[in-house]
Design a binder for this molecule. Structure first.
Ligand code: NAD
Length: 491
């Protein structure tokens, strides 16, 4: 199913397979997760090559952000699958005396995963782990902008996973649109807000639930740290989360930095020093600088700097090479806030530093802008930390590090507001691809006669007691056999 031809027939074939119940079996889910793990381990070299061809990504970065993270997620899913599948006990109200209840997860069915080019394996396979763990069948549409990775996924997935249950459909937006016309039980989309809107409109037709993992501008608030060690650790982490992770082409990359005016020069000097440590005197020669994905995005980034006011704010870097899709790690000091670089998601190695009078002003700065996918704050000030948690809204908040939240199996990963909705990773992925079915069981032995018409004032009182008090009080009331006085005037 490399091409989108005869999609309907292929999907019907998959649905028939789903109806056999095979994918609901714990043993099937477990074997598929193990096979996926084998794929990542055995085909590591091919994956490194594909990521190098598409993005010039170093194997170290590929291991940290994609292969390693995925293997870790698979270990977590395999270790917890039994518990996730077992459901949870629940209770019926006491009006249903002698009863039991539980919540049972069931798979949704056929799900569509549309993914991006920046982490082509991570963005395709991380949701797939949840979809398989929850017992679904899935179609993955990788991004056409990372063609080597997309082709490798299309080659390896059928070689390792159950071909009747997991398919890869390669192609561009027209293929994406064709897929969106089909009926899915869930669409899990990672990408831009623009396409997110197209996905959501298409989902309306079949009332399909969607998860939208979108982007935004993630700020790093940097408080004036007093120890040189703290400063160095903080700046290293910020640079790593901007220039050292897909060259800033990541949804949770640090988009810009907020810092007190008086501390800005200290911060910038340290940044310059540590950029050299990471990428050498001439970053263009470094094999640790991931390339811009294509000419379109290169020109988009170049265009962000074309505004003369923005150009004038460059204080470090700024060189670029179109042929090699290379942009030097670049720092800008106080570019105008109405320039595109400060109103749009940057998604590249350009780092604006925005100075504020007091670091607490950052909170107001953020609150008049769209909610970010992540807020990073480098501070030891506990009051500021509390204020950031309680007074701002974002997909996540990380203190004194950045991007690390993506690797957590026990934290929900997802956005709020314009950076998307829905959450995944670990149990949240399992839940995202599950329906939680309510199961209630009653005994025939007991029944409260006052649950049924004909209604009278006595039944009204008993119902009120049953819903508001415990069994003992209800029993006393029933045993008193006294007709209670009218409580409501209209009865
Ligand atoms: P994109 O929206 O252009 O494309 C994403 C996917 O949608 C691709 O597979 C593409 O082929 C497909 N697509 C494009 N047009 C389509 C259409 N009309 N119908 C159906 N499918 C269509 O995004 P991108 O350029 O690949 O990725 C960059 C964006 O993704 C950034 O905004 C970034 O922040 C966001 N992102 C978010 C996360 C997250 O986890 N929240 C992760 C990575 C990237």
């Amino acid at each position: 199913m490399e091409k989108a031809r005869d999609i309907e027939g292929e999907l019907e074939f998959m649905r028939d397979y789903y109806r056999t119940g095979k994918t609901k079996e714990a043993s099937w889910r477990r074997s598929q997760l193990k096979n996926l793990q084998a794929l990542l381990r055995e085909q590591e070299a091919q994956i490194f090559t594909a990521l190098d061809q598409d993005l010039g990504k170093h194997p170290g970065e590929a291991m940290r952000d994609e292969i390693g993270t995925l293997i870790k997620s698979l270990n977590f899913a395999l270790g917890n699958l039994k518990e996730w599948m077992s459901g949870t006990k629940a209770k019926l109200p006491q009006i249903a005396l002698l009863s039991s209840a539980e919540v049972v997860p069931e798979p949704l069915g056929l799900v569509l995963i549309i993914s991006t080019w920046n982490f082509p394996f991570g963005m395709s396979l991380e949701p797939l782990i949840g979809a398989i763990a929850a017992g679904n069948i899935a179609v993955i549409k990788p991004s056409e902008l990372a063609p080597s990775s997309s082709a490798l996924l299309a080659k390896l997935i059928p070689a390792y996973l159950d071909t009747k249950a997991v398919k890869v459909v390669e192609g561009d937006s027209t293929v994406g649109e064709k897929l969106l016309q089909q009926k899915w039980e869930k669409i899990f989309f990672t990408g831009s807000a623009r396409v997110g809107r197209i996905v959501m409109s298409a989902a309306v037709k079949h009332l399909t639930p969607v998860s939208l993992e979108l982007g935004g501008k993630c700020p790093a608030i940097v408080d004036s740290l007093s120890w040189s060690w703290d400063k160095e650790v903080a700046v290293n982490r910020i640079l790593g989360a901007k220039f050292g992770s897909c060259s800033g082409q990541a949804c949770i990359a640090v988009d810009y930095v907020l810092v007190e005016k008086g501390y800005a020069s200290t911060l910038v000097e340290l940044m310059k020093e540590l950029i050299k440590k990471m990428f050498g005197e001439n970053p263009r020669k470094s094999n640790s600088v991931t390339r811009i994905i294509n000419k379109h995005h290169f020109l988009r980034l170049k265009n962000l700097l074309s505004d003369s006011r923005v150009k004038d704010s460059i204080i470090y870097g700024g060189s670029m090479n179109e042929e090699h899709l290379y942009i030097e790690p670049t720092i800008l000091m106080d570019p105008p806030l109405d320039a595109e670089i400060m109103t749009e998601e940057i998604f590249g190695p350009l780092l604006p530093i925005i100075s504020v009078k007091k670091i607490e002003d950052s909170i107001d700065f953020l609150n008049i802008r769209p909610k970010p996918l992540a807020i990073y704050a480098f501070t030891k000030n506990e009051t500021l930390k509390k204020r950031i948690i309680s007074e701002t809204s974002s997909g996540s908040v990380v203190f004194n590090d950045a991007i690390i939240q993506y690797a957590a199996d026990t934290l929900p990963f997802g956005g709020v507001g314009e950076c998307g909705h829905g959450k995944y990773h670990g149990k949240y992925s399992f839940d995202t691809f599950s329906h939680f079915k309510a199961i209630a069981r009653r005994s025939f032995l007991t029944d409260f006669w006052f649950r049924f018409p004909p209604w009278n004032d006595y039944k009204l009182q008993l119902l009120e007691t049953a819903y508001n008090y415990d069994y003992f009080e209800l029993l006393l009331f029933v045993l008193s056999l006294k007709r209670p006085k009218t409580r409501l005037s209209y009865i």
